[in-house]
Design a protein around this ligand. Sequence first.
Ligand code: ADP
Ligand code: MG
Length: 594
Amino acid sequence: MTPLPKDRGYFEKLSVNSAMGLALLIPAKYEDLTLSSFPQLNELNVVEISVKSAQKMAKFLKVTALAWGTDVELVIFNPKNFHYLSFKAGSRLFVRALVQKNFGKLQLVQPKIVTEIGSILPIYKTPLASKTMRSLAKEYLKEESLIEEGLPLELAKKLITLHNPTPKQSYEKSLEGAMEALKFAEIYLFLKALNSKKQHFKASDILKGDEKEFVKNLPFKLTNDQTKAIADIKSDLSKPIAARRVIMGDVGSGKTVVIFAAVMMAYPKKAVLMAPTTILAVQIYSEAKRLLPSFVKVVLVESGEKNADLDAADFIIGTHVLLYRSLPKCDLVMIDEQHRFGTAQRDAIHKMVSEGKSHPHFLQFSATPIPRTMSLIHSSLVNYSFIKQTPFKKDIETYIVDKKGFGRMLGRVEEEIKEGRQAAVIYPLVEESEALSYQSIDEGRGFWEKRYSGVFVTHGKDKDKERILEEFAKNGSILLATTVVEVGISLPKLSTIVIVGAERLGLATLHQLRGRVSRVGLKGYCYLYTNQPNSARLNEFAKTLSGFDIAELDLKYRQSGDVLSGVLQHGAQFKWFSLSEDTKILREVLAHIG
Ligand code: ADP
Ligand code: MG
């Protein structure tokens, strides 16, 4: 659709450039201008009047007239000049007014002169006047244009009706009838805009290294999902277009070996991996030394030490300190736990190792599954691989407890540490706070330290947290912490986690925290300590261990953009389309766009 020159300014004001976009600016309400054949008390009526007389009072204009064949009185507060001109003895006109009975006489309060009698007038709340909107709707909301832009005929009809109501059509009914069309049009336009941003870059190199030997020599057999992810990556890297793929798999699903397989495909070209914490980088480094063939030169870049020979390296591992080094050109860039980095950091590492116009292949690994609809929406920009199976069956029992359950929970903690396993207690805060009805670490630590040995304490702002976590992993019994343990470090002996004030945390965070236990098949226990034990959200969370299910739950219960932040950067705030309910419509739209 191209607006006529005279209307171009209007479309600019509305920030709309299609018939479908215009159709989405729906009326805020309808004004019913069908004539009332008899007075309906205490309602808005449309009626023809013939004025008998008009009298200016102190605060209003009083008009007597004939309507419905009887005498009525019109009361106009704050009368303007045109009121005096219109409501003159002898004039006949149509008005719309609230009709009341006053001392037995019909009174029309604050009448509005109307002209389009018999119709239902859509009233808009846009930067343009309703009258202008109505004429634009007449001119541009045509079946042909909407179909041409991609809307199925049935839906086009519904939207047109919404803007052009027939007599006696209620606003609510029209809106309900058009709901599917509104959802369709909204997500359709969004995806179109997203698609237009899609860019293909030439890959800096086609990578055809061999990962088969590596896979064959692993001390375990890959899960099907791991094999599938590796095959996806293999197909990406052998193309002349720079790959953009997100490999999404729950904590413990075995993403690290997939990273290594990709390193093998890149070899003898260089690969770089950025991880969110030093502990994690070190863990991946030692895994790499253990599992990768010795001819692959693996280098860990640590803060402080500047001289690691990166030019000779095949696989460079580091935290964000990588961003402050000069890195050699790499043809494969990977980010582990990508949701822990900001967009700027992710872009930076990618740029640093690029040369000229071509781009390295880019793989991101994430342990925070996103809802199905979101990955579908994003599939136009990046490709996804999902690792849903975990090599070790997760066996975690989740309990929701309040004060009454504290003793039972303590019994469990005691039993586990007696068996040489470990427990973590996650507090909402470090210091005491009036605003919170839960203990902080400072308030709680005395309790634990008095009863048990091997109590370790750390929190997000603690400069020593990495060293403390490492020591706890070796010698500790109980770890008191804030959500810092969320980062994907491995604590193989950790069997129990207590989350204090669980209802305050998002489901994604709870899932990450719970994922700390039972990492290598150990039986695990998760206690959600809360003073809202009836929370439906927590109860549903307790019933599933699948990150993918939890992403859907998160969407269902989400008030603000918890899961969305970082994943959907275009701030997709939909007015009609629902990310949790409209998967079917989304699939139709995707099929339609092709
Ligand atoms: P993630 O990064 O996805 O959270 P990891 O890569 O750290 O998970 O793997 C968790 C543990 O599972 C590691 O000890 C790893 O060696 C092991 N592992 C990975 N894949 C398999 C497999 N297919 N069979 C058995 N163990 C595996
Ligand atoms: Mg990992």
